[in-house]
Design a protein around this ligand. Sequence first.
Ligand SMILES: Nc1ncnc2c1ncn2[C@@H]1O[C@H](COP(=O)(O)OP(=O)(O)OP(=O)(O)O)[C@@H](O)[C@H]1O
Length: 276
Amino acid sequence: MAVILHTENLNKTYRLGGLGRARHIQALDDVNIKVESDQPAIIAVVGESGSGKTTLAKTLLRLVEPSSGQVTVYDRLVAGRGSKPGKREFLGSIQPIFQNPFEAFSRYRPVDAYLEETATRVAGLSGRAVVDALEHALSAVGLDYADVRGKYSNQFSGGELQRISVARALIPEPSLIVADEPVSMIDASRRMIIINLFKRLRDEAGRSFLYITHDLATAYYISDYVAVMNKGQVVEFGRAGEVMSNPQHGYTRLLLDSIPTTRSRWRPRPAAAPAH
Ligand SMILES: Nc1ncnc2c1ncn2[C@@H]1O[C@H](COP(=O)(O)OP(=O)(O)OP(=O)(O)O)[C@@H](O)[C@H]1O
């Protein structure tokens, strides 16, 4: 079985302010998560703002150095003491998708230039193989290269642009895609297209995802595993079905109670008392 993700006693403390006025924020507080499986998996990390989700994502992407602890992804140590993966090899195996696709692509550069750059610089491709990789990745997200070529970010909807971000992430054939709030900036009616795309890429292309979200409802819908974070700690972790149907922690129950259900939304109001 492969160790898809293992964080061991992972800590991150940010230091704010200068000498004498320094303040420390413990963004990750002994985070321990282990997902071991032969099947690719979608691992959701849920929690309110400031709970440490993005910091966790950034340690996997090596954008943030942990204060202590280690991270293993697909049996390879990627962060913490002793981790020294080569840059290209590392970038190829873990790819990010960010929250705002309009910020990921400058409006002064055609979007396919970004895809080409990933194909040449990260995947190490050249010549015809670059075009093949772009065609293949775009078709995996339901887009045609001919419809994307030469166009700029302002010529796409947020949903289309996020699908192009996913295509870019797929080019180096990563084993894990880290998606930090990937649908929060997208029109609500288009969110499920991206969410379902992740499911399809897990099942058909064998990609695993770390899916970071505030939204427990979509986390439940697509995830195999859920980690619930609060104040830098993972307060609950397990198979999605178990966490949702039998939450052990009060904070998880609180998050679950905040999901609007059909029943609570449409429950008829009690009739007003007749006026006397
Ligand atoms: N570069 C930084 N310097 C100092 N403090 C930081 C830095 N990045 C994050 N923090 C702090 O660390 C804590 C965790 O932040 P983080 O962004 O990881 O949370 P989050 O759960 O992703 O929040 P959100 O959902 O709002 O993105 C917060 O208190 C935040 O203010």
